[in-house]
Ligand binder design. Sequence first.
Ligand SMILES: Cc1cc2nc3c(=O)[nH]c(=O)nc-3n(C[C@H](O)[C@H](O)[C@H](O)COP(=O)(O)OP(=O)(O)OC[C@H]3O[C@@H](n4cnc5c(N)ncnc54)[C@H](O)[C@@H]3O)c2cc1C
Length: 503
Amino acid sequence: MSDKKVIVIGAGLAGLSGAIYLRKRGFQVEVFEQNEQLGGKAGEIRANGFRFDTGPSLVTMPFVLEDLFREVGADRSALLPWLEIDPICRYFWPDGSQLDAVGDVERMQNLIEAFAPGEGAAFRRFLAYCKRIYDATADIFLTAPIHETTVWLRLQTLKKIFSLPRIDPFHTVDQSVRRFFRDPRLVQLFDRYATYNGSNPFQAPATLNIIAYVEFVLGAVYPHGGIYRLVSRLQQIAQELGVIIHAGQRVEKILYDDRHRVTGVQVGGDGHAADAVLCNADVVQTYANLIEGFPRERRKLGRLEPSLSGIVFLWSVKKSHATLAHHNIFFSADYQREFHQLFVEKTLPSDPTIYIAITSKTDPADAPPGEENWFVLINAPYLDNTRPADSGAAAALRKAVFARLAQAGIDIAPYISHEQVIGPDDFYRLYGSNRGSIYGISSNSRQTAFRRPANRNKRLSGLYFAGGSAHPGGGIPLVVLSAKMAADLIARHTGGQQQQPAG
Ligand SMILES: Cc1cc2nc3c(=O)[nH]c(=O)nc-3n(C[C@H](O)[C@H](O)[C@H](O)COP(=O)(O)OP(=O)(O)OC[C@H]3O[C@@H](n4cnc5c(N)ncnc54)[C@H](O)[C@@H]3O)c2cc1C
């Protein structure tokens, strides 16, 4: 082990995995997390026999976590067994139609063909197109620190840049989805993947269509015991490796000397020295609140559009619903209008798309027998500093959810025995998410989709970033990849060991 020390700010999924990667690269590692509960947006609430994950509900690209466990020699299948979710999601439309999305491509093709004759083959063509984008982008945009000159100078990168049109950056997600599907319900279903990183399918570049490929072909899983079990396992692995974790301690300042070299952090008024700092706090908030100076960075970052936020209802439900699956989507009648309201008018949608996850369908221990734990998520605009927060928002949305479910024959209100609401203000207050966004920066423009904030600041040596607001973006697998990239950069610049074999 080296005597070099790295301080990690924040114990979200990126901070915890970053701490593990850094320890494996030989550093002394200390983590400061402002909340008592670790995991950041991937939180957990337990009450009266119910268990709820408060953030993510689905793990895509599971091989990213497999790699992390393999690198530390941990047995992923014993520590964090996956449960396959079948169907991956049950979709409901306002006209009463319904479709199950399944991970088996052949079966999915048949289900689509039965749902909308002629569209099964379109699905196969669409997946082939998404795969081409994935193959052309994954190793430069997802797994490499794209802001580093060394990455750009690689022949492989240059070749990929010259094949740019293959990644379809000049159409929007919706425009390209429409080239494949005629049925408007399927257009809506495949447009929805843009929201997996909080973006607008009517603005975001069609390159984001890779997300559909990632889910259908590369797999989507759910950890037995819930998403929070991933947080607990990462915490356990980090501590077994010797990472020191301080919960309930907020970093107030990142310290640097007059040669613009990071020297440590300030917590509770005391300085803590470090050779490098890995910051898992939101990049925009970090420049606004934790670093003195650097007005250029602050201005530039302040101009980037945040991702969607959301309003979450956690409902303890005294009934079980055979018509619902583990993941369910009730689509709005007019998706374009919904996203216009979210991103242009910056208001809550009048007819929202409703996502309902009921993990007790798969993991019965999450609710008492015969009852269900409902996680209901509705997309909401990021906080707009120019207008006051809408205090009646939750009440209006609750009514809209009840009305939409009633149309589908589900009378939910009398069966809710307990409710907890989490909204944009909570994401801002609890986790320091810029303007309450849940995926950092949106990918609504080519600039933000391909050039997210870098994993380090070249003008302030020793400061690195990992997490949803940095490259390559939000969502569980991407924040873990960002942590790995940042740890590798720190090892390269700060004299750690290069990646070690497992065991
Ligand atoms: C409702 C919801 C649903 C989602 N659904 C999915 C999904 O199904 N699948 C998926 O892959 N992703 C999903 N996501 C996104 C996913 O949760 C995030 O991308 C990911 O958890 C972000 O991890 P992170 O480490 O980047 O950031 P965070 O979780 O925000 O962690 C940052 C941590 O830093 C701490 N911190 C900040 N400032 C300081 C400071 N000054 N001092 C000390 N600590 C500090 C915070 O308290 C926090 O713990 C969802 C998110 C939400 C909210």
